[in-house]
Write a protein that binds this ligand. Structure first.
Ligand code: FEO
Length: 404
């Protein structure tokens, strides 16, 4: 018996993916718990491989497949998503297995051709319809912008198993293959982090896609098998309900202060604002960007009501970590936030204005003039910062009452 074994997921489906124990940076997203690239083998008269793994892990995937069937018996490759953590091994698998068909969404056909020069032409699946392959029946649904234009959902009717590609996944390396084998706290933290960093900009499409699922036969799924992290096996629709909630981004009394500091002055202002928020009944969270990755900031924002941003001015600009963090956050298009800017400076002091401009572009409702302090904050400056915190907390109180 080789070291890499497949894990049975349902009567006809095996997990044959790879565990990336070491990845800590997934295109800018900090993955403290590593990740998995999930591929699934559907057994039957015409074995089907659903998605593949990142190219360096192809040997691990083929070994896991080999613990069930000879990889050369794979007849059909099904690509739900063309991003290379799932498609990167397609050329190697085609060479090894010589399959007869490569299936993808209509747009996936084009996207795969834009990524690879494959010896097998991709075929479009009938979206919204069933397709019988040998003795197995699949159903396909569009998942546009969850999170690429070509993303697709597949459903194995025989096993009531929903292959959700990136949606409902998380970056988490473990030997446990099912969510119910892991801590709830870890699962929901990583699922929220994944949503905040990958799906948040597409929330309107997420809401629509999640609402449409029960209207298709996918709504009968008893298992949800994503392309990263563990598989949902019990009470599987909890994750779709969470997606529907996250897509709305209803404001809460949580207020995120994101900041950096050169000589502790902006840090002192951040702490004073946090004290004011606390005293005013809000729940402050501080994110220091030299010690926290931008993806931590995105995760904190997912269920926040306020975004308060502080930066020193360096060479007439934002501190570099804030320029990075704000650019990243802007791309994620968070909504329903109030906010303010602050920062210390030496002579020119542009940062708070630059922050305000970025916040306006993000449609954050500014509740106050920026707090600016020359060099080092005095007691009266810190009192003003605390008063800003109280004001934001009060505003959050009004907003969340209106929402309730
Ligand atoms: Fe896991 Fe969008 O790739």
């Amino acid at each position: 018996m080789g070291p890499y074994q497949a894990i049975q997921v349902s009567e006809h489906v095996y997990w044959v993916g790879a565990i990336d124990w070491r990845v800590r940076d997934f295109h800018g997203y900090s993955t403290e718990r590593g990740s998995t690239y999930n591929a699934y083998l559907i057994t039957g008269s015409e074995p089907i491989l659903v998605d593949t793994v990142k190219r360096p892990f192809v040997g691990e995937m083929l070994a896991r497949i080999g613990s069930v069937i000879d990889p050369q018996k794979i007849r059909v490759l099904l690509s739900n998503h063309s991003e290379m953590d799932h498609s990167g091994s397609l050329p190697a698998v085609i060479e090894r297995s010589q399959p007869e068909r490569l299936l993808a969404s209509p747009m996936g056909v084009k996207t795969l051709a834009e990524h690879f020069e494959l010896p097998l032409s991709p075929e479009a699946v009938p979206v919204g319809e069933r397709l019988t392959i040998g003795d197995r029946t699949l159903f396909f649904a569009e998942a546009r912008m969850l999170h690429w234009p070509e993303s697709m959902f597949s459903y194995l009717v025989d096993d009531r198993l929903f292959f959700s590609q990136d949606a409902f996944g998380m970056h988490l390396s473990s030997f446990e293959r099912f969510c119910d084998e892991l801590s709830e706290q870890v699962i929901w933290h990583e699922a929220a982090k994944y949503y905040a960093n990958i799906l948040l900009p597409y929330s309107p499409m997420v809401a629509k896609a999640v609402a449409a699922l029960p209207k298709t036969e996918i709504g009968e799924a008893e298992l949800i098998a994503p392309d990263h992290g563990p598989i949902w096996r019990r009470d599987v629709w909890r994750i779709a309900e969470r997606y529907a909630e996250w897509a709305v981004q209803r404001p809460t009394r949580k207020a995120v202060i994101v900041y950096d500091t050169m000589w502790e002055s902006t840090a002192k202002m951040a702490y004073a604002i946090a004290e004011g928020l606390q005293q005013g009944g809000a729940r402050p969270r501080l994110v220091h960007l030299t010690t926290s990755n931008r993806s931590v900031l995105a995760t904190e924002i997912l269920d926040a009501g306020a975004l308060i941003v502080g930066s020193p001015t360096i060479n007439n600009q934002l501190f570099p970590t804030l320029a990075d963090g704000l650019s990243y956050l802007k791309g994620l298009r968070p909504k329903n936030l109030i906010g303010a800017a602050f920062g210390s400076y030496g002579w020119s002091g542009e940062s708070p204005r630059l922050i305000e401009s970025a916040l306006r572009e993000m449609k954050v409702d500014l509740v106050s003039e920026a707090q600016r302090v020359k060099y080092v904050p005095r007691a009266r400056d810190l009192e003003a910062c605390a008063a800003l915190g109280v004001r934001i907390a009060e505003k959050l109180g009004e907003i969340t009452e209106e929402e309730a």
